[in-house]
Design a binder for this molecule. Structure first.
Ligand code: UTP
Length: 415
């Protein structure tokens, strides 16, 4: 079998002649590397993804209903104690693991390294986002006398740098043997005509396939099997960029146990009816994070008898799952969403092109698209000022400046 000819035929079928030209120009080693990369690409899937960018989005008639939630501050003393006790038990038995999603590109923040290596200018000296997360977990470890296994999802691009950073900083005092890194899966980028982009390394340019890739990457990396071996029953999955993220909230955990659900999530109430965030609801009978574009304006404004927004619970990437739920989702293919972004590439003359306008499609799945695989989910409303200090943009809203203020205010109140 002629591998080179097979690869050329494949590329021709999928209209990627520019890659055939590239193959012909490369030396033997580079050629083999590229052929190896091509053999791992699902061209059929890519074509479907590209075709989907050309289809008009048809908003289907969906049945949208509110999803019940519990408000943490309105729990009775008994409820609070019961939840706490149930949650604590799991932590004390060492049946709890945490996953940090740190595979994003952080393009809006514009920090040159992995997002977790960004230093938030708090209390003079500053703290790295990874340091803030480590502190949150260490506090739980001390309280419940068990070390929580900490899984950090990176991207192929930032994996090395993330590990080196954690090594250099001595894991911020976390037990090194309890930290495991795993890189998430990737998908190639496509230009406006569906052609593959070429990177500086003369390979096809790929990028991480969204935070929904967490589930399948947990499985493929062996992390899921390891968790099962350790007897883990509950897995928390959160982002890297919320300086007030509580990764071991026993009330959230206890509530999930009490309600016998497979997934639980902490929300915060929308700042106003028209805030552009996804909110929890039921769509066609299943739990879902409903994008603001999918929620009719009238519904967004609806309030209940207490004057609370019926669709007011915003998703903040603070999610908890049974190990069975992770196992189930990791076998499913989540839908991909396309984003039109700026990505540099090497043109046919071998010159690097750095676009000033978006030029290519990136395909991403979202962590919350898995919720609809379940009949139910338990939602706990937290508090914006206690639970949410996102670092997303360079300036303005959800920036290092706002996160610093929120973080310092929180710790001034709570220490
Ligand atoms: P965002 O969707 O905010 O993306 O990620 P981002 O990469 O941090 O920032 P932008 O959009 O490029 O500016 C939310 C969380 O999901 C993780 C991020 O690291 C962050 O914790 N994520 C996102 C991944 O782990 N992998 C991905 O492919 C995308």
């Amino acid at each position: 079998m002629d591998k080179v000819q097979d690869t050329i035929d494949l590329l021709r079928v999928y209209n990627q002649e520019h890659i055939i030209n590239l193959l012909e120009k490369l030396d033997e080693d580079k050629k083999q590397e590229l052929i190896e990369q091509i053999s791992k690409i699902d061209f059929h899937q890519l074509k479907e993804l590209y075709d989907s960018t050309k289809k008009e989005i048809v908003i289907k008639e969906n049945k949208i209903e509110p999803l019940p939630y519990m408000d943490k501050k309105k729990l009775s003393e008994e409820q609070r104690e019961e939840f706490q006790k149930l949650g604590e038990e799991v932590l004390r038995k060492g049946e709890y693991a945490v996953v940090t999603m740190a595979g994003g590109q952080g393009t809006r923040l514009g920090h040159s390294g992995p997002k977790g290596t960004f230093k938030l200018d708090v209390y003079g000296k500053g703290k790295y986002l990874f340091e803030i997360l480590a502190e949150n977990l260490k506090e739980a470890n001390q309280k419940y006398e068990k070390v929580i296994p900490w899984y950090i999802m990176t991207s192929k691009e930032n994996n090395e740098e993330t590990i080196q950073f954690m090594e250099k900083n001595n894991y911020f005092g976390y037990d090194k043997d309890s930290v495991r890194f795993f890189a998430q899966s990737e998908l190639p980028l496509l230009d406006i005509n569906g052609k593959l982009l070429v990177g500086k390394d003369m390979k096809i340019k790929e990028a991480s396939d969204g935070n929904g890739g967490t589930y399948s990457s947990l499985r493929a990396s062996g992390a899921l099997a390891e968790m099962k071996e350790k007897g883990i029953k509950w897995v928390f999955i959160g982002g890297v960029d919320n300086a007030l993220l509580k990764m071991a909230d026993t009330i959230l955990l206890g509530m999930a146990i009490k309600k016998k659900v497979q997934i639980a999530s902490k929300s915060i109430v929308k700042a106003n009816a028209h805030e552009r965030v996804g909110v929890f609801g039921k769509m066609n009978g299943h739990p879902k994070v409903i994008e603001y574009t999918e929620l009719p304006e009238k519904m967004a404004e609806e309030v209940d008898e207490d004057g609370e927004l019926k669709y007011g619970e915003a998703h903040i990437m603070c999610n908890l799952y049974t190990i069975e739920a992770i196992e189930k989702i990791s076998k499913e293919t989540l839908i991909y969403h396309s984003a039109f972004k700026k990505n540099s590439y090497i043109d046919e003359e071998g010159k690097e092109v750095i676009p000033t306008e978006p030029n290519s499609y990136k395909f991403e799945s979202f962590i919350f698209d898995a919720f609809e695989l379940f009949d139910d989910i338990a939602i706990l409303r937290g508090k914006r000022e206690d639970d949410f200090a996102p670092v997303k943009n360079k300036d303005g809203e959800d920036s290092p400046k706002t996160a610093k203020e929120l973080y310092e205010k929180y710790w001034n109140r709570n220490s």
